[in-house]
Each structure stands twice: as C-alpha cells, then as structure tokens.
Design a protein around this ligand. Sequence first.
Ligand code: UDP
Length: 162
Amino acid sequence: FSLFLRKICDHEERTFLLIKPDAVQRGLVGQIIKKFEQKGFKLIGMKFMLASKELVKNHYSYLSNEPFFPGLLKYMSSGPVVPMVWEGPNVVKNARIIIGITNPEDCIPGTIRGDFSIQTGPNLIHGADGVEEANKEMYLWFTQKELISWKPAITTWVYEGC
Ligand code: UDP
C-alpha cells in the first residue's frame, strides 16, 4: 500500500507546453497558465524567449514536408514564446484536452483553442502529443538544471492521501 501511495503522490509524468507568439501578442499568457495552475498541475520550468528558426525547425521536424512548414517557422519565430514544463498524473493527455484539438473550429468551448482562437495556424499553444515526445521536446527547450523539483503547498488538498 505504501508503494502505491508513493506512486500516486510522486506524479512523475511531465509534459512540454509552448505558448505561441500569437498568445503572447494578444496578452493571453496569464489566462493560459491559469488553466493549468487551477487544474492543480505543477509548473516546474518556464522561460520567456525568442525562438530561432533552427530551434523551431527541430521542434516541428515531423512536419518538415508539409506545405505550411515555411509559414509555421516564420510564425513561431516572429515574436516571444513561453516554453513550459508541467508535472502531474496523466498531464500529457490532460494538457491536450485542456488545449483542445488542432483546428479551433472544431474545439469545444472551455478549451484554450476553443475559447480564444479561430484558425489552425495561430492556435495559441503547443502541447506534446505523447510521453516520449514530451521528454524529447522538454530537453530541446530546457536544460535539466532549468527544471525545478518542488512540493507545492496545495498538494495535500489536490491529491488524496499525499
Ligand atoms: N498547422 C498549420 N496548418 C495545418 C496544420 C498545422 O499551420 O494545416 C500548425 C498549427 O500551428 C499546429 C502546428 O502546425 O498547431 C503543429 O501541428 P500539429 O499537427 O502537430 O498540431 P497540434 O499538435 O499543435 O494540435
């Protein structure tokens, strides 16, 4: 039982999220972060930076043959972005649900893209698509030292038995 307790209290899963330039320009950074904070997930890394085309190319390498790729590179390096790492149980899948699907037209209200965006291009935020992708992406944008292990004071009120 104590092993089980340790497992549910450790919440080792991490995801990589990236607030895109359109969200920064529109002053939505705070509202976006709030969604994950109020859910109870733990922020363990965050920066405010300009992403080079090289970095964006690496990040979106799986899309390099798409016709929209050059436009995507331009958009993603057109202004500041906010890369973040969040931790929590099933955070990879849950963050994607909070974000909403790729095309904002088909997103339900309550999701970030559903509430604040209209088109597939400028859709405000990226969320890693799986645990493996999350691990790869977080070390593309962060060094190990930039990710902080800490125990939020809210932990005992968000998780049973922790
Ligand atoms: N994108 C685009 N046109 C498309 C598909 C994607 O401009 O037809 C952009 C959009 O910003 C999207 C990003 O490329 O968020 C990455 O696409 P992906 O299929 O990985 O979607 P996501 O995981 O962001 O929902």
